[in-house]
Design a protein around this ligand. Structure first.
Ligand SMILES: [Zn+2]
Ligand SMILES: [Zn+2]
Length: 360
């Protein structure tokens, strides 16, 4: 028995699903009249372009998504079938099975994969007694097969089934052990084979007619994947900017004046000189996530002592920089012999500045 087929079998199977899905989508729209728009029937002439629009985009996604999942799905199918194949090939035949009526050793006639939902995957071995022709089924794990007993619908007594070959047909005859109930079912293998060949031919036609149209090649598929990544990125960026627009902290950030160091120096020295803090100088900056600049001023008002001088300067710097992306660092300012000094911190990224407002 061949449970595991070659890869092309699974590729065809997958492509057929894609083709049917695309055809279904196309046919569903093309055959139908478009529903009325605002209570009016859409004009005949407008229907085709609208229909194209309605099919093209969904088809683009169906084709693309089916490409994306193709390799993995095929791998899953093949793994499942390989598991069946291995189970079937490697199942060991139960030994020492004796006939229930004459006690002689029974021999196997055939084995079959027993694969039903909600039941473990097993291999069923059929045994026969060469002396009295009695049969029984034993699974590879040693369990005995028990067919579910069917009961007569009329009298609830058990039913008996016999198999008969009539030419190329197999007939399953069922009769009641008590009443006159009888039933016959025909298994026409030739007919089944004929039907199956028709189906296979239809599948082949679908594949040769539509595979290039609906099943993306490696190049087309990769193109779809990169488009998808790009779209997702754009969506994320859009959502991010929407979120920022709604965030009150970002609203405040937007109102700030983003200044370079030159502008900062101009603004600050102008503001400070008015209050008699002169000769603003910047030291070598420390450049990291933020730009940190140590600064010094001289207090030209000799009546101010250390406490007043530092506190007034702090207030002044804070007020002057309030609407900008620069802040006085938390350690504040210090005073030595008429010099007042501290550090300024420059923010570049909106996220960092937003945190400034959130902390409050
Ligand atoms: Zn026997
Ligand atoms: Zn009956």
């Amino acid at each position: 028995m061949n449970y595991l087929k070659d890869e092309q079998y699974y590729i065809d199977l997958y492509d057929l699903i894609t083709i049917r899905e695309c055809l279904h989508w196309e046919e569903n729209i093309i055959k139908r009249d478009l529903p009325p728009y605002k209570g009016k029937k859409i004009h005949e002439k407008l229907q085709p372009p609208i229909k194209t629009l309605l099919t093209d985009l969904p088809l683009y996604y169906i084709k693309g998504e089916n490409y994306v999942h193709k390799a993995e799905r095929i791998r899953e199918w093949m793994e499942k079938d390989k598991e069946k194949q291995d189970k079937y090939d490697n199942a060991s035949e139960p030994l020492n099975i004796f006939c229930p009526s004459c006690g002689k050793n029974m021999h196997t006639t055939l084995k079959e994969l027993y694969d039903f939902m909600n039941e473990p995957l097993r291999v069923l071995f059929f045994f026969e007694c060469s002396t009295c022709n009695k049969r029984k089924g034993i699974f590879d794990n040693g369990e005995e097969f028990k067919s579910r007993e069917k009961l007569c619908d009329k009298c609830k007594y058990s039913l008996e089934t016999s198999i008969e070959k009539k030419g190329k047909k197999t007939i399953w005859a069922t009769k009641c052990t008590n009443c006159d109930f009888k039933e016959e079912e025909e298994d026409d293998f030739e007919e089944w084979k004929k039907q199956r060949d028709i189906e296979l031919k239809k599948d082949e036609e679908l594949l040769s007619k539509f595979r290039t149209k609906y099943c993306l090649s490696e190049t087309e598929g990769q193109e779809y994947v990169s488009q998808k990544i790009l779209m997702e990125h754009l969506n994320k960026t859009m959502e991010e900017s929407k979120r920022k627009e709604a965030d009150p902290a970002y609203k405040k950030v937007k109102q700030l004046r983003k200044m370079s160091v030159v502008e900062l120096e101009r603004l600050l020295s102008k503001g400070l000189e008015k209050q008699k803090y002169t000769k603003l100088t910047f030291d070598k900056p420390e450049i990291g996530q933020f730009v940190i600049i140590p600064f010094t001023v001289q207090d030209a008002d000799s009546s101010r002592k250390e406490y007043d001088s530092t506190h007034e300067l702090q207030k002044l710097v804070k007020n002057t920089l309030e609407k900008t992306n620069w802040r006085l660092m938390s350690e504040g300012t210090s005073y030595r012999l008429g010099y007042v000094y501290g550090r300024l911190k420059g923010y570049e990224r909106d996220e960092d500045m937003a945190k400034l407002f959130r902390a409050k």
